[in-house]
Ligand binder design. Structure first.
Ligand code: ATP
Ligand code: MG
Length: 296
């Protein structure tokens, strides 16, 4: 087993009787790894389990050589930025980090050295003395990354960190994660395909607690090979198309529309096949799952 990977084998997690993750098999290697899935797919459940905060109901996972059961070591090894990250609003940024450092048992000497360096890294130097409540959403998310990196974990787990960020902050945040991923595993969850396209090499797609795909980002687009068509239609034709097929985009053109359609056969005789993108692959996988065909 490789030292710097997360190995997930036949992992199931349940809340009472409800199974939120079902027999998952996945290997996450160093670098930025995307976890893509709709609301309720099981992303947060997987991340909390890997961070040692939830106990599996079956199967196992090994994080950099350490099995999940060794909770203290797992917490030492992982840094986690929760989906709803919010800390000590009335503290100053520096104080909040120092306090969190105390809670994770870091000696004063290490905190004094690491906190300013981390604030530089996440570009919050100027905000060191500001109250946490006065930070913007993006700044707060960057503070969350600093917090998660405080004990220098080998695996960083970030749950939907780009939600609600403006485009500029979203790009800045993605770049920061890319830098952090140069020497460790970074697991990033999102329901936005574009977040993954820009920065991840590999990804997994979750749906209703099951794995639909895992592999390189390009491989996801290939899932929709031969199923993407473009066709010029009138408004009435567009409505008819929507009844029968999955229309993923409709751009107005003159008095009609250019529709992008996901279909197993040409939706109209005039439809032209086109190259699938990542989003097409994702939608195709979800559609297949809905029909009960499953995926890879
Ligand atoms: N504490 C809980 N108790 C009971 N069921 C839960 C609990 N947390 C999550 N679930 C259920 O487990 C499933 C997976 O939820 P999870 O939060 O992992 O999904 P997610 O992919 O993170 O969704 P989102 O994109 O909305 O954050 C859902 O069906 C959800 O209703
Ligand atoms: Mg979630």
């Amino acid at each position: 087993m490789e030292k710097n990977t997360v190995e997930i084998r036949d992992l199931s997690v349940a809340y009472g009787k409800k199974e939120a993750l079902s027999h998952l098999n996945l290997t996450v290697r160093p670098g930025l790894f995307g976890l893509l899935g709709r609301n309720g797919a099981g992303k947060t459940t997987l991340m909390r389990t890997l961070a040692g905060l939830l106990t599996p109901s079956g199967g196992k996972a090994v994080v950099c050589g350490v099995p999940l059961q060794m909770r203290a070591q797992i917490r030492q090894m992982t840094g986690y930025l929760p989906q709803d990250f919010n800390v000590y609003p009335s503290m100053r940024v520096e104080e909040a980090l120092d306090y969190l450092g105390v809670l994770s048992g870091l000696p004063r000497r290490v905190r004094k050295e690491r906190i300013p360096a981390l604030l530089r890294r996440v570009n919050l130097e100027e905000q060191a003395g500001a109250r946490v409540r006065a930070l913007s959403g993006g700044m707060r998310r960057r503070l969350g990354i600093a917090q998660a990196l405080l004990h220098d974990p080998r695996v960083l787990i970030v749950d939907e960190p780009t939600a609600g960020l403006d485009p500029e902050e979203r790009i800045r945040f993605r770049n920061l994660l890319g830098e952090v991923a140069s020497d460790r595993v970074v697991l990033l969850s999102t329901h936005i395909v574009g977040d993954i396209e820009a920065v991840c090499e590999n990804l997994a797609v979750l749906e209703r607690g099951r794995l639909l795909y895992s592999g390189p980002v390009e491989g996801l687009a290939e899932q929709a090979q031969g199923q993407v068509y473009q066709v010029s239609v009138s408004r009435a034709q567009l409505e008819a198309l929507k009844e029968q097929f999955s229309v993923t985009a409709a751009l107005q053109e003159g008095r009609g529309f250019v529709a992008r359609v996901l279909a197993d056969r040409p939706p109209l005789p005039t439809a032209a096949p086109c190259m699938p993108g990542l989003e097409d692959g994702y939608l195709s996988l979800l559609a297949r799952e809905k029909r009960g065909g499953g995926g890879r």
